[in-house]
Design a protein around this ligand. Structure first.
Ligand code: SF4
Ligand code: SF4
Length: 203
């Protein structure tokens, strides 16, 4: 029980590692074949993870490598090392990204051991987690949420819809500091990206 009380008092990380994530995996060319990509994730012989929804329509030409799909942290903010408050905003999702994001608060992933929390107001938020393609009515909501946040602040684009529009539409017109591909991204990759963004050593 001591470790639990120590963790409550000092924010000690009680567990650091996850099992290696094998899915979603990056893709690579296998052989020549017909490519039917609905999102334009394959172009000029290149595969673009920020556009891939892993529908497998290209499986005659591309195959999984087994290497986990990565994320990109353009800007770290060590100010948030001890506590990092997230305000999720759904600007037009199918619901998939929302479910995976919610899972990082489950006992299995337990984001609080890394000092990561949700808040229900942008005024208390350190990072805006944007999910989905931009529906016109959410444009103003997104802008007001961003304006209400104190500095410094990060924008996290979660899922292919927010990154590139996926199969559903156009992405929100915002520059992301943290880019997390996947359709949807796994809780592991979300948590790893968040820990890195708050200036952690990575897990
Ligand atoms: S899995 Fe689907 S979205 Fe991804 S590259 Fe293949 S066809 Fe395109
Ligand atoms: S990225 Fe995929 S799971 Fe996430 S909102 Fe778009 S379609 Fe749904």
């Amino acid at each position: 029980m001591n470790w639990f009380l120590r963790g409550i008092k000092k924010g000690v990380v009680t567990e650091k590692r996850f099992p290696e994530v094998l899915w979603p995996s990056t893709l690579e060319w296998r052989e020549k074949g017909e490519v039917k990509c609905p999102t334009g994730a394959i172009s000029g012989g290149e595969w673009y993870p920020n556009k891939c929804v892993f529908c497998r329509h290209c499986e005659t030409a591309l195959s999984p490598t087994g290497k986990p799909l990565g994320f990109k942290v353009e800007k770290e903010e060590p100010t948030f090392k001890k506590s990092f408050y997230l305000y999720p905003i759904d600007v037009g999702t199918c619901g998939g990204c929302n479910v995976e994001l919610r899972l990082i608060s489950s006992p299995q992933y337990d984001m609080t051991r890394f000092g990561i929390f949700f808040t229900n107001t942008p005024r208390h938020a350190d990072a805006l987690v944007v999910m989905g393609v931009l529906s016109p009515r959410m444009e103003e909501v997104l802008r007001r949420a961003y304006d209400a946040m104190p500095e410094p602040k990060l924008i996290i684009l979660l899922g292919v819809c927010a990154l590139s529009g996926g199969v559903m539409g156009v992405p929100p017109d915002v520059r992301g500091d943290v880019l997390i591909p996947g359709c949807p991204p796994t809780p592991e990759s979300i948590l790893r990206a968040l820990v890195k963004a708050k200036g952690g050593e990575g897990i």
